[in-house]
Design a protein around this ligand. Structure first.
Ligand code: F6R
Length: 365
């Protein structure tokens, strides 16, 4: 039931603090990840993993893209990410010490299951799943499962499934990283950051009115560009996917550094540019990209850390977010982009929960 909310999507966006907490609960102490909570076999299966191959589709694929930054940064283990429909139709080399990780909300996505079954023939160390539906095919066919505790997701556009996937992936990354020499103090620092996420998401949800105001600028636009750097690039991709699927506005996402290699030619007053810019080491670089957009008359929508040195001015709409640890920022920064798409779709009068041409679970190819 939607309760006080006008749409399931809005309800599910607002459930995120609670379901992220539920996905964390029982899996971390104040300072550490509880490996046994990921499964009695977890310690055994994560030892000697030399490569992680992530497979997923759509929003779940974006979660995998964020996880790649975490896995390589914290665990120092090489990680590849590929959409299932591509993976299953090409020849590939799978090392025997590979952890094969499928991410899926439904656990029934045809391409993801086909990729897993195919990879099983090629051989790998273990099959792991991040999934939201207990008893789904994916869960049944995997050796190690971390369930996201998002509860049923009704809106076709995935929201709480994505942020709980990210939460589960970060907890998994810490467990893997411990087998690969992550310092205890660093683990404690990140566990603390994870525990802060629900409160930070609550703070972002409180910006709902301001974001609704911003969304008016998108109503009469046909195109938009989303920029991010590092682990915020997949967040930009996810923001663009949400906007296109529910508001039908063409949205593209680019790593900010690619702007001058082509897409800058598109920028003018009719092309809103959305940037996700937490206060990390890439912010300075991102700022010069923002100037490039401004110089061409592009209107900018910047979501930035309140501590960051970015100022609202003519043509720059600034939305200040709470200060977030750089590792957890992809989770927190996803939320304002969900709200932005939601409000644009509501203004345009589209069917928010059931966008045209789309199905919740893609069980056929
Ligand atoms: C987008 C969306 C889809 C799904 C994709 C994979 O909002 O919901 O892109 O993420 O169809 O579905 P699952 O995660 O069930 O495998």
């Amino acid at each position: 039931e939607k309760g006080e909310y006008r749409h399931f999507m809005l309800k599910e966006i607002h459930e995120q603090p609670r379901v992220i907490r539920a996905t964390t609960e029982g899996r971390v102490t104040n300072t550490r990840v509880l490996e046994q909570a990921l499964g009695t076999q977890a310690g055994n299966l994560l030892e000697n993993v030399r490569h992680v191959q992530i497979i997923a589709c759509g929003t779940s694929y974006h979660a995998g893209m964020v996880a790649r930054y975490w896995i390589e940064d914290l665990a120092g283990v090489p990680c590849s990410v590929e959409v299932a429909s591509e993976f299953r139709y090409r020849k590939h080399v799978i090392q025997p010490d590979t952890l094969f990780l499928c991410i899926s909300q439904s656990g029934e996505t045809a391409d993801t299951l086909a990729a897993l079954r195919q990879a099983k023939k090629a051989g790998f160390r273990a099959a792991m799943a991040i999934c939201n539906v207990p008893g789904s095919s994916l869960v049944r066919e995997s050796d190690l499962v971390i369930m996201t505790q998002a509860g049923p997701e009704i809106g076709v556009a995935s929201t709480k499934a994505f942020t709980t996937q990210l939460t589960a992936l970060l907890i998994f990354t810490l467990a893997l990283a411990r087998h690969n020499g992550l310092e205890e103090s660093r683990e404690a620092e990140i566990v603390e950051a994870i525990r802060l996420i629900p409160r930070q998401v609550d703070q972002v949800l409180a910006l709902d009115g301001e974001i609704a105001e911003l969304s008016k600028s998108f109503m009469d636009k046909n195109h938009s560009l989303f920029l991010g750097r590092g682990a915020m690039f997949p967040v930009a991709l996810e923001g663009a996917l949400k906007l296109k699927e529910i508001s039908y506005i063409h949205a593209e996402a680019y790593p900010a550094g690619e702007l001058k290699h082509g897409p800058l030619a598109l920028v003018d007053g009719e092309m809103p540019v959305v940037t996700v810019a937490p206060n990390n080491e890439l912010l300075e670089k991102l700022k010069s990209n923002l100037e490039e957009v401004r110089a061409r008359g592009g209107e900018l929508f910047v979501f930035a850390d309140q501590a960051a040195d970015v100022k609202a001015q003519e043509g720059i709409h600034l939305m200040q977010l709470p200060s977030v640890h750089p590792i957890t920022s992809p989770i927190v920064y996803t939320v304002p982009l969900q709200l932005l798409s939601y409000h644009v779709a509501v203004l345009k009068g589209t069917d928010v929960d059931q966008p045209r041409n789309l199905a919740k679970s893609v069980t056929v190819e």
